[in-house]
Ligand binder design. Structure first.
Ligand code: 13P
Ligand code: SF4
Length: 370
C-alpha cells in the first residue's frame, strides 16, 4: 500500500503549537475496465443492502456519479448531514472523511453508517484533540462554544453549537447580536473570516486545513490579472489574503451554485479540486480554473486535493457493503451530548433558510495581504 505523509499544525490550546505528522493511503488507480466493473458491483451491493451513498464533492468522480445514479447525494457537509438524517435507508455509506460519518451516526444512531475508509480523517479534526480542547473551554467558561463540523464527536460533545461553512457566518452573527462572546474551534482562517465579517468577540483555536491553507494570495493576484473577467470563488478555510480577493465566499455547495448561476464565463476556484467534477457537469459551458497553491517561493503540501478525501475509492465502497468494514461507532454518552449542538444548527437553518446564501462581495483592491 502506498502512503503520503501529511504535516499539520497541532495547537496545545495554551497558545503554543507544534508540527505533527499523519499519513493518508493512496488508492490504486483502476483501469477503465476495472472502474466500470467496480461501479456496477457497488451499485448492485447498494441495492441489495437497501443502502444509500452520501458523498462529498471532493471525493473521486466515479463515487460522485454512483451516488447520483443510485438515488444518493453529492453535497456539502450540511446537506450530507440533512440527507442522511432524512433518508429512509437503514444503511448509509458516507464517502468523505470520518467526521462526516460520525455526524451521520450522531443524527441517526439506529442506522448502520459505513465509511469506505475509516482512516480518512481531516487536519482540523486531528489538530483539535478533545482533552486539550476541553481544557481550553474550561479556562474560558464565559464563552459560547461554537465548533466547526470538521471535529471529532468528542469535541462536538463539548460544544454549544456546531456549524458548517454554509451557515457559520449567520449563526455567529446571530449569537454576537445577542451579546454572546464566542470560543471558536478549530479552523483559524474560517474563524478570522467570521470575526472580520461579524465583528464578534471570538477566541480562536489555532487549527488549519492543509488543503486550503496552501492557496496563495500573491499568486492569485497574478492569475486574476491574466483573467480579468473571471469571478473568484473561495472556500472560507482559505487564508485572508485569498478570501479578500473573492467575489463569492462559501461552502462547496454555495460555490457550485455561484458557477451554475453566474453570468461570467470564467471562474477561479479556491477549494479542493475534487469539486471540478460536479462543477464541470453542471456548468458545462464555463471555464474553471484552479486557484494557485504554490509559486516559485512556496512548496505545495496538498496541491489542492485533500489526501484523506482521496482515500475514498470504489473498492472501499464494495468492501464496506460486502464485509461491513468501515462501520462508524460513536459511544452513546458522547453521541447524546454531541447531538444538541448539531440539532441547534439544523433548527437554525430550518428557521432561517436565507442564512444559507453565500456572501457575494465586490473585490477590494489592495486588501490582498490584509
Ligand atoms: P463544506 O461544508 O463546504 O462541504 O466543507 C467541508 C470541508 O471539509 C471543506 O474542506
Ligand atoms: Fe479537512 Fe481540509 Fe480535507 Fe476538508 S479539505 S476534509 S478541511 S483536511
Amino acid at each position: 500500500m502506498s502512503q503520503v505523509q501529511v504535516e499539520y499544525s497541532l495547537p496545545a490550546g495554551d497558545g503554543t503549537e507544534r508540527i505533527a505528522r499523519a499519513w493518508a493511503r493512496v488508492p490504486l488507480t483502476p483501469t477503465p475496465a476495472q472502474r466500470a466493473q467496480q461501479k456496477a458491483r457497488a451499485a448492485a451491493l447498494l441495492a441489495e443492502n437497501d443502502a444509500v451513498l452520501v458523498a462529498h464533492f471532493y471525493v473521486d468522480g466515479d463515487i460522485q456519479d454512483l451516488a447520483l445514479e443510485t438515488g444518493g447525494c453529492v453535497a456539502d457537509s450540511l446537506e450530507m448531514a440533512r440527507f442522511g438524517r432524512d433518508h429512509q435507508a437503514q444503511t448509509l455509506v458516507v464517502a468523505g472523511v470520518r467526521f462526516m460519518g460520525e455526524t451521520a451516526k450522531i443524527l441517526s444512531p439506529d442506522k448502520r453508517i459505513l465509511a469506505p475508509d475509516l482512516d480518512a480523517t481531516c487536519s482540523l479534526d486531528l489538530g483539535c484533540p478533545p482533552d486539550a480542547f476541553a481544557a481550553f473551554c474550561d479556562a474560558n467558561p464565559d464563552r459560547t462554544v461554537v465548533v466547526y463540523a470538521n471535529t471529532s464527536a468528542a469535541v462536538k460533545a463539548r460544544a454549544d453549537w456546531m456549524v458548517t461553512s454554509s451557515c457559520a457566518l449567520a449563526i455567529v452573527r446571530d449569537l454576537a447580536a445577542k451579546g454572546e462572546k464566542i470560543l471558536w474551534a478549530p479552523d483559524r482562517h474560517l474563524g478570522d473570516y467570521i470575526a472580520r465579517e461579524t465583528g464578534a468577540d471570538m477566541l480562536m483555536w489555532n487549527g488549519a486545513c492543509v488543503v486550503h491553507e496552501e492557496f496563495k494570495g500573491i499568486e492569485l493576484e497574478l492569475l486574476r490579472a491574466e483573467h480579468p473577467g473571471a469571478r473568484v470563488l473561495v472556500h472560507p478555510e482559505a487564508p485572508a489574503s485569498v478570501v479578500a480577493q473573492a467575489d463569492v465566499v462559501g461552502s462547496t455547495s454555495q460555490l457550485l451554485k455561484a458557477v451554475i448561476e453566474g453570468e461570467a464565463r470564467e471562474y477561479i476556484v479556491a477549494t479542493d479540486n475534487g469539486i471540478f467534477h460536479r462543477m464541470g457537469q453542471l456548468a458545462p459551458g464555463k471555464t474553471l480554473i484552479e486557484a494557485p497553491t504554490a509559486g516559485d517561493s512556496a512548496t505545495c503540501k496538498s496541491c489542492a486535493h485533500c489526501p484523506w478525501m482521496a482515500m475514498n475509492d470504489l473498492v472501499g465502497v464494495i468492501d464496506a457493503l460486502e464485509r461491513g468494514t468501515g462501520e462508524i461507532h460513536v459511544p452513546e454518552p458522547v453521541r447524546a451530548r454531541a447531538l444538541g449542538p448539531i440539532e441547534r444548527m439544523l433548527a437554525f437553518v430550518a428557521e432561517h433558510p436565507e442564512s444559507l446564501v453565500a456572501p457575494v462581495r465586490g473585490f477590494v483592491p489592495h486588501l490582498g495581504s490584509a
